[in-house]
Design a protein around this ligand. Structure first.
Ligand SMILES: *Cc1c(COP(=O)(O)O)cnc(C)c1O
Length: 384
């Protein structure tokens, strides 16, 4: 017999040895992209709050007002307690931003993906997913119990080959991809993916967690293309550029109606607190009305890349691949000593041998801080 404690300790020792043990650090996130760890103020380059909206005064007052009026929690699932009017309003606004008939708000992006995919895809069906798709697209795919084929990252020839080989033997099929890839920052070829989906009778679903608010004029990755490709399922999160909490999917009315009837992670979990919906609504006002502000994170990333002679970025996410997990943690520690908070990203978040520093840029970063960061990164001797 092995005790639960011994089991956990043995696992942790093995993870520690390969630089893969993870720990939580108490950190206060301040306004203006700064973070407080212990008594040290650091400039954070690892946060997804791309527009600084989690600390925007309008967003905070909208949340405070909702908190006072409606209370802290939401009481139960949306289908039990009744649908909060703020969530109803938020769904209308998200649908308008994406140009779809309707939307459904979930309690997180993760819950959205694990609820939506199995609503449409079952055991007999097939999924084609980019190999760098986010963990929760994978989790949703696994839950559907369908056959899953991963195509090489953004490799349309590989997708084409897989479609020709496997599509015909299954009744329904989905193609899944991130719009902006979370750990690489690049954009999926959504125009080509939409064409493949049409040609092979597949439903295309995009995860735009890192697109909304920062690319496509703030409307997300699909709007980087002209014409805007047909994407029947567009999901995203309210927790990154929108600065609040929650997830959503935008689609046609019948598709949303089926999700509201069948998605288990909507039905069997407590709904988003009203204050989070109010904060998201206020953030959407800013995103809809201030496209120049939405363009700032990418401009900041471009400044960093230009300083280091890296290729121009397509999103505010800039990875520098280091390879070894222990080395990447060592680089992150060195940057922290110099006043920069940059988290090392290791397997299994990224593939074995591709541990990296992942820099994310925010509209609130000052150019001087970015240039100092670039100089510190040059000192690490990790540039390609
Ligand atoms: C963060 C993220 C999610 C999950 O969203 P949450 O609202 O944080 O649960 C989903 N997909 C991608 C690509 C993400 O980066």
């Amino acid at each position: 017999m092995i005790s639960l404690d011994d089991f956990a300790s043995d696992k942790l020792t093995a993870l520690e040895a390969t630089g893969l043990r993870r720990t939580l650090q108490v950190t206060h996130r301040l306004a203006n992209g700064q973070s407080l760890r212990g008594d040290r103020e650091l400039i954070s380059f690892c946060c997804n709050d791309y527009l600084g909206l989690s600390h925007h005064e309008n967003v905070i007052s909208a949340a405070e007002a909702a908190l006072g009026k409606y209370g802290a929690g939401s009481g139960a699932s949306r289908l039990i307690t009744g649908n909060h009017p703020l969530i109803d309003e938020l769904e209308g606004r998200l649908a308008r931003l994406k140009g779809t008939e309707d939307a459904c708000v979930f309690s997180s992006g993760y819950l959205t993906n694990i609820g939506v995919i199995p609503t449409f895809i079952g055991e007999e069906d097939i999924i084609f997913a980019d190999e760098l798709s986010h963990a929760c697209l994978r989790a949703g795919s696994d839950l559907s119990r369908a056959k899953i084929h991963y195509f090489r990252h953004n490799d349309m020839a590989h997708l084409d080959a897989l479609l020709r080989l496997h599509r015909a033997s299954h009744p329904h099929a989905m193609i899944l991809t991130d719009g902006i890839f979370s750990m690489d920052g690049d954009l999926a070829p959504l125009d080509e993916l939409a064409q493949f989906a049409a040609d092979h009778d597949c439903w295309l679903m995009t995860d735009d967690a890192h697109g909304i608010g920062v690319v496509g004029g703030g409307r997300g990755s699909g709007f980087e293309f002209d014409p805007v490709p047909v994407i029947p399922l567009q999901m995203g999160t309210l927790s990154k550029a929108i600065g609040s909490f929650g997830g959503y999917v935008c689609a046609s009315r019948p598709v949303i109606d089926l999700i509201k009837t069948r998605a288990r992670s909507l039905i069997f979990t407590t709904s988003l607190p009203p204050a989070s919906a109010a904060a998201a609504l206020s953030a959407l006002d800013i995103i809809e009305n201030e496209p120049e502000y939405c363009a700032l994170p990418l401009k900041k990333a471009a400044l960093f890349c230009a300083r280091l002679n890296l290729p121009a970025p397509t999103s505010p996410i800039v990875p520098i691949i280091v390879g070894d997990s222990r080395r990447v943690m060592d680089c992150a520690a060195k940057l922290e000593e110099q006043g920069f908070l940059v988290t090392g990203i290791r397997p299994p978040t990224v593939a074995e041998g591709t541990a990296r520093l992942r820099f994310t840029f925010s509209a609130t970063h000052r150019d001087t801080g970015i240039l100092k960061l670039a100089d510190a990164v040059r000192g690490l001797d990790i540039l390609p």
